[in-house]
Design a protein around this ligand. Structure first.
Ligand code: NAP
Ligand code: HSE
Length: 433
């Protein structure tokens, strides 16, 4: 048997605990899969007094550089999160000649070029399977198993926290704040959960996928994103009444020399496969020019599903596979731009519009005329009785449109918001039929 592979973890929180549990409870599994033992040497944390379910006190360390610079530890696993200390640790590990495994999509989306350049310079590999879709091995699938294909489109539920919140809000009528707190307790949410609910985490993951699937490095701030933090339960109910479910979707596709990338809540028909993905599950639909359409589904967050992905990277390093594939796949290399980012205003879609209007004659006609002025055609309308919370004076008007350009629709919406009798802002989401 080959000599053991020693590993140091930076971070012993949700994911670090999961990795420690599997490595410590199943050493024989590691030998079977990697051909050699994988030995957890140290786990770096900030607060050594915190109880940790699967990390023995003897492994706890508080100085990251003592682990990074330990000559007996050739693999550093970054599970700290964030983009400041994590970046410094990863660059220091590469400079010290260590291979790196990370679950940190924010770090890759925002500093991928610098970090991958440093890895290539140091002739070391970076594994990042856990950075997207938790337990679904989507990085491996796209970069290796589907290597015969040009991927032309991806569409997915990439944030487990948001899917958990949306599922419990729409199916059980649970309040948003309570469900976000529950997602935090369950270890699904980021240390800063705003990143989950404002769409940034899904956009970080989309940026990583765009690199692997399309070969594009898009500056992260250019990816348009809308989260679920502004979603009103009323819109979940109206969508349901119309035969739809609202999901936070990350979408990317190639069209000519343009790539479209965005994250937003979208109305999906209840029968759509993605609409049926519930709870913390993630799912991703991929179109490859040889394989056609495929869909992958699995737990998108949580200690053990994420640890499953982290350990697959460690095993790949132990076997020596990762070093070879890393050298061939030139991810985040400074190659010339092949694709331009498509301005979101040019994307065509159907739209759901909900606007609160005073319960007076002519309001529906005014809204309809404003849409018509921008050549937007109405497919259906719902208007219910006046809302109690507005003392019976305001009614929600819900309109489904036919296809229109986003720019056209946004222009019409800005005019609707200015109409006398409208309580702005009107709320709108794309509809995916
Ligand atoms: P977490 O529970 O907050 O754990 C972070 C760990 O890092 C803690 O042990 C913390 O120490 C330690 N730490 C934080 N800042 C540090 C610093 N500056 N120096 C040294 N140690 C530091 O986070 P997590 O949920 O495990 O997530 C870790 C990474 O995995 C993140 O990049 C996240 O995006 C990614 N990820 C998470 C999930 C998930 O389901 N949670 C899924 C996929 C990817 P203390 O324990 O002492 O505070
Ligand atoms: N906070 C992330 C989520 C963790 O909820 O999907 C997995 O990346």
């Amino acid at each position: 048997m080959q000599e053991p592979l020693n590993v140091g973890l930076l971070g012993g929180g949700t994911v670090g605990n999961g990795v420690a549990k599997i490595l410590l409870e199943h050493p024989e599994r590691m030998i079977l899969r990697a051909g050699r033992p994988i030995v957890l040497q140290k786990v770096v944390v900030r607060d050594p007094s915190k109880p940790r379910s699967h990390i023995p006190a003897s492994l706890i360390e508080t100085n990251p550089y003592r682990v990074i610079e330990d000559p007996n530890i050739p693999v550093i696993v970054e599970l700290v999160g964030g983009t400041t200390d994590a970046k410094n640790y990863v660059l220091a590990a590469l400079a010290a000649g260590k291979h790196v495994v990370t679950a940190n999509k924010a770090l890759l989306a925002e500093h991928g070029v610098e970090i991958f350049e440093a890895a290539r310079k140091a002739n070391r590999a970076i594994g990042f399977e856990a950075s997207v879709c938790g337990g679904i091995p989507i990085i491996n699938l796209l970069s290796q198993c589907l290597s015969a294909n040009q991927i032309t489109a991806i569409q997915g539920i990439l944030n487990g926290t948001c899917n958990f919140i949306l599922t419990t809000m729409s199916e059980e009528g649970r309040p948003y704040a309570e469900m976000l707190a529950r997602a935090q307790e369950l270890g699904y949410a980021e240390a800063n959960p705003t990143l989950d609910v404002d769409g940034s985490d899904a956009a970080h993951k989309l940026a990583v996928l765009a690199q692997i699937a399309f070969g594009v490095s898009v500056p992260f701030h250019e990816i348009e994103r809308v989260g679920i933090d502004t979603l009103h339960p009323m819109d979940l109910r109206f969508a349901y009444e119309l035969g739809y479910t609202i999901k936070l979707l990350a979408e990317g596709w190639l069209d000519g020399n343009e790539v479209a990338l965005h994250v937003a809540p979208v109305l999906l028909r209840k029968t759509d496969m993605l609409a049926q993905v519930r709870g913390v599950y993630n799912a991703i639909q991929v179109i490859g020019d040889a394989v056609g359409e495929m869909m992958f589904q699995g737990a998108g967050a949580g200690a053990l599903p994420t640890a499953s992905a982290v350990i697959s990277d460690i095993v790949d390093l132990a076997v020596g596979r990762a070093q070879k594939t890393f050298a061939v796949n030139k991810f985040w290399s400074a190659t010339p731009k092949k694709y331009q980012l498509r301005p979101s205003n040019k994307v065509r879609s159907r739209f759901y519009l909900r606007v609160l209007v005073r319960d007076e004659p002519g309001m529906l006609a005014d809204v309809a005329r404003t849409l018509a002025n921008d050549r937007i055609s109405i497919a259906s309308i719902i208007q219910h009785e006046a809302l109690e919370e507005h003392q019976g004076q305001v009614v929600p008007l819900v309109i489904m449109t036919h296809y229109a350009e986003t720019g056209q629709f946004r222009h019409a919406l800005s005019k609707i918001n200015e109409l006398p009798g409208v309580v702005p802002p009107g709320v709108s989401y794309s509809v995916d039929d």
